[in-house]
Write a protein that binds this ligand. Structure first.
Ligand code: SF4
Ligand code: SF4
Length: 162
């Protein structure tokens, strides 16, 4: 999460982006090979994504309904993400910002509208940062970690496009 703008308390009360339905399991964060090696050595269960990158393995009980949410294995139900900030996947550190690509290949930046921490003020602050000082870093991430760039989704407000 963008911790400059969203507090740990807000995320603790929500946890939306650390729990996944079967239908949204493809959204579990992509890990660099170095990070995957490190997390594996800490005993976290990992698996491959269809695009060949590595992500967290989710556990869905056989009897789980479509609404069942599996938690990221790095999430502690009480205290939140167990990983220090520098060991969190870049997609988690950027959330509720997301790098996306439209069908025509345009790189865009989106803000996840359902994040309850996105007050008008926080939305404006994140937009200013993401389209200002943070933009070169975001473009470098898109270049160096292409698996973190997701298909465009209308659940996100587009705040920048290349
Ligand atoms: S959706 Fe927003 S408030 Fe909820 S956990 Fe994610 S970043 Fe935090
Ligand atoms: S790594 Fe941490 S922040 Fe990212 S989805 Fe898992 S518990 Fe949430």
């Amino acid at each position: 999460m963008l911790t400059h703008f969203i507090s740990a308390e807000q995320c603790a009360a929500c946890r939306l982006c650390c729990n996944f339905r079967r239908s949204s399991a493809w959204e579990t964060p992509s890990l660099t090979p170095e990070l995957a090696d490190h997390l594996r050595s800490r005993g976290l269960p990992l698996c491959s994504r269809p695009d060949g990158s590595t992500t967290f393995e989710l556990h869905f009980p056989k009897e789980a309904t479509e609404n069942f949410c599996a938690k990221c294995p790095a999430l502690h139900p009480g205290s939140g993400c167990t990983l220090p900030r520098e060991l969190r996947p870049i997609e988690c550190r950027l959330w509720p910002l997301r790098l996306m690509r439209t069908q025509s290949g345009t790189l865009v930046l989106g803000l996840y509208d359902a994040c309850p921490a996105l007050s008008p003020t926080v939305r404006r602050q994140i937009t200013q940062a993401a389209t200002g000082n943070l933009l070169p870093t975001l473009l470098r991430i898109a270049d160096e970690q292409p698996h973190t760039v997701r298909p465009f989704d209308s659940a996100y407000s587009m705040i920048w496009q290349e």
